[in-house]
Design a binder for this molecule. Structure first.
Ligand code: NAD
Length: 260
């Protein structure tokens, strides 16, 4: 890279975001992250420097404004934005979901994409280049029983990627959505445990069902997602835009085992 490339990854201090950050760092990117959890921010700062991370709730537009203002004091360019932060949201039948849980999930998983991306666009337009990645899910391709606000947000993440690809393509800005299947790690274990509770089943049985949802019969690893981000950000991805790319071992169904 002639000039050092710069990437913002929301929630880059844990899970999938951490794997993405590590891979981009190996490629020579300068990194910046925002995360609601001060421990994740502190870990990121230890790895990538004091100015590389900021505590920020991405569901709060004012906090996002402040985080980007801090970013702009250190960086004049932005090559890659990965809208990765997200929560699993409540698990349960639609009629049992609480309104505040619905809203919190939509604010975090959907509205934050708007709050973040609108700050990235002027920088990328000025450069006449850039890549934006919205972290969707296989739930954004097929729906996901008992997780309505999550599925709605993840469908919207794809809709926004396709819409922004059209809006921003003339400025050589590419926008894609990634759709991981169940990713190994603590988050999926939490989802499994809550699902087991909601259905009155053993967690081990639920885990087996989740792994059988894909043709490969295995969870995706965070490094698999990171590899795709690097591909999309690099020369191989330079004509890829407006796509929803599944990294899920080919999900056959998220619902065919759901009996009443
Ligand atoms: P994770 O739970 O391991 O990490 C989520 C991170 O987001 C944490 O660092 C947390 O502190 C941060 N965060 C949560 N709410 C926030 C907020 N309001 N503002 C800022 N930061 C916030 O999650 P993960 O598994 O690494 O998932 C990352 C993304 O991938 C999410 O968008 C998720 O929906 C998506 N995804 C995950 C899976 C999976 O199985 N893990 C599958 C498909 C898609």
């Amino acid at each position: 890279m002639s000039e050092q490339s710069v990437a913002i990854i929301s929630a880059g201090g844990s899970g999938i975001g951490l794997a993405i950050a590590q891979s981009l760092h190996e490629l020579g990117y300068q990194l910046f992250t925002v995360d609601i959890d001060p421990h994740h921010v502190a870990e990121f700062q230890r790895a990538y420097g004091e100015d590389s991370a900021r505590v920020c709730d991405v569901s709060d537009p004012h906090q996002v404004d402040e985080a980007f203002a801090a970013f702009r004091t250190k960086h004049e360019r932005l090559d890659l934005l990965v809208n990765n932060a997200g929560i699993a949201g409540p698990q349960g039948a639609l009629e049992d979901l609480a309104v505040d849980e619905w809203q919190r999930t939509i604010d975090t998983d959907l509205n934050s994409l708007f709050y973040m991306t609108r700050h990235a666009i002027p920088l990328m337009k000025a450069q006449h280049s850039g890549a934006i990645i919205n972290m969707s899910s296989n739930a954004g391709l097929s729906g996901c029983p008992l997780r309505s606000p999550y599925a709605a947000s993840k469908w919207a993440a794809i809709g926004l990627a396709k819409t922004w690809a059209m809006e921003l393509g003339p400025w050589n800005i590419r926008v894609n959505a990634l759709c991981p299947g169940s990713v190994s790690g603590p988050r999926i274990e939490g989802v499994i445990n809550r699902d087991a509770e909601a259905r009155g089943m053993e967690a081990a049985d639920i885990r087996r069902v989740y792994q059988r949802q894909g043709s490969l019969r295995q969870f995706t690893d965070p490094e698999d997602i990171a590899a795709m981000v690097c591909f999309l950000a690099g020369p191989g991805g330079k004509k890829v835009s407006g796509q929803a790319i599944a990294i899920d071992g080919h999900t056959e169904s998220l619902a065919n085992w759901l009996d009443p």
